[in-house]
Design a protein around this ligand. Structure first.
Ligand code: 13P
Ligand code: SF4
Length: 358
């Protein structure tokens, strides 16, 4: 594999869990190593050091009836150690909406936890790392959307799900990386405003040219903006025609033009695994590193992953200790609270997303 993955997050040593026997820890460490499936980066010794934390989190989850959701970009110890559901942002918002448990712990960035609260306002939603933002959601305010509306009266506004609850409340519909094309195509009229991702917006402009005018805001993802078409072309020259390029739609147009497949984090994983199983193992995954970590864990087939992934510092802000602390005794800033008027407006936006996406 030609891919360099981020360093393994060792416990910070802030919370010590001592109530498990050596045997319980050994069994858990073996389970973790088997699930993560990167024996060199995650040796048994590392798995032993995190095992007391995963054991305690899983015990508390059961005791308190908590549903633990993790986005794909979370680290493998969270994904394979303690998560009940792992997927892309669309699937996770449905999982949050449909979970029977009264408490959801969302291990991810803040806008995703807010989305869970909007779709299930009567549940308690815990977010272990309140400081974990996102350059897209932090790059636009509700006032920015109101200004666009007065500049372009009557034009529908679609927002990427990577926005705050307050921004969603001002928009007509949210979209995600798995449905932006389908939903925007289905919006009424010949114009639409798309916020805040200018790269996804440019992709829409190109795909809908001649059918709809797309007015685009100028936000971007600090992770996906790093990739360049030049780098992809370099790898294509080096590896040859066998290389299949898979890219996330938050990348710029030059990168997307070079891609064989564009899709959400979950679709990229499925596509990489399918390629491996069908004898096309040379794959370049242009996205955050968590996607490659899941591919490595979830296929038996040998894949040659090329290029360089980029790590999202916001997504990687959460560690097992933060989850354990939020489960044990959440601070007020770890409990998602949203004004009821904003919830009601944002709910209409997300209901429209579910309607148009299915
Ligand atoms: P996905 O919906 O594809 O998981 O994307 C969310 C995200 O923030 C990607 O950067
Ligand atoms: Fe936001 Fe980009 Fe990080 Fe996704 S990868 S959470 S879009 S900063």
């Amino acid at each position: 594999m030609g891919l360099k993955l981020p360093t393994v997050p060792l416990p910070r040593g802030e919370i010590e869990v001592s109530s498990y026997s050596e045997e319980e820890i050994e069994v858990e460490a073996i389970r973790l190593q088997g699930a993560i499936r990167q024996h060199q980066r995650w040796p048994l010794e590392t798995c032993r050091s995190i095992a007391p934390l995963t054991l305690e989190i899983n015990r508390l989850k059961k005791e308190k009836d908590v549903f633990l959701i993790a986005h794909t970009y979370q680290t493998p110890d969270i994904i394979y150690g303690v998560a009940d559901e792992v997927a892309d942002s669309y699937t996770l918002s449905k999982a949050a909406r449909d979970a029977p448990q009264q408490t959801i712990l969302f291990s991810s960035v803040r806008f995703m936890a807010e989305t869970a609260k909007i779709v299930s306002p009567n549940k308690t939603v815990l977010h272990p790392s309140p400081e974990a933002g996102c350059s897209l959601s932090d790059g636009i305010t509700a006032q920015d959307v109101r200004d666009l509306r007065s500049k372009y009266p009557g034009v529908p506004v679609a927002c990427y799900i990577n926005t705050t609850a307050a921004v969603k409340a001002e928009c007509d519909v949210s979209v995600t990386s798995s449905n932006y094309m389908r939903i925007c195509e289905r919006l009424p009229g010949e114009r639409l405003i798309f916020v805040p991702d200018r790269f996804m917006g440019a992709h829409l402009q190109k795909a809908l040219a001649g059918k709809k005018e797309v007015i685009v805001y100028d936000g971007e993802c600090e992770v996906h903006e790093v990739f360049t078409g030049d780098k992809v072309r370099e790898w294509k020259q080096r590896i040859g025609d066998n290389l299949t390029v898979l890219a996330h739609p938050e990348c710029n147009a030059d990168v997307l033009d070079e891609a064989d497949f564009v899709g959400s984090s979950e679709r990229l994983i499925q596509e990489a695994i399918r390629l491996g199983e069908e004898g096309e193992p040379d794959v370049m995954l242009i996205t955050e590193c968590g996607t490659a970590e899941r591919v490595l864990a979830e296929t038996e087939t040998e894949l040659n992953l090329y290029g360089a992934c980029v790590m999202c510092r916001h997504m990687k802000a959460t560690q097992l200790e933060d989850i354990l602390q939020a489960l044990t005794n959440p601070r007020s800033d770890q409990i998602i609270e949203i004004d009821s008027e904003i919830i009601a407006k944002a709910q209409r936006n997300l209901a429209e997303m579910f309607r148009l996406a299915e």
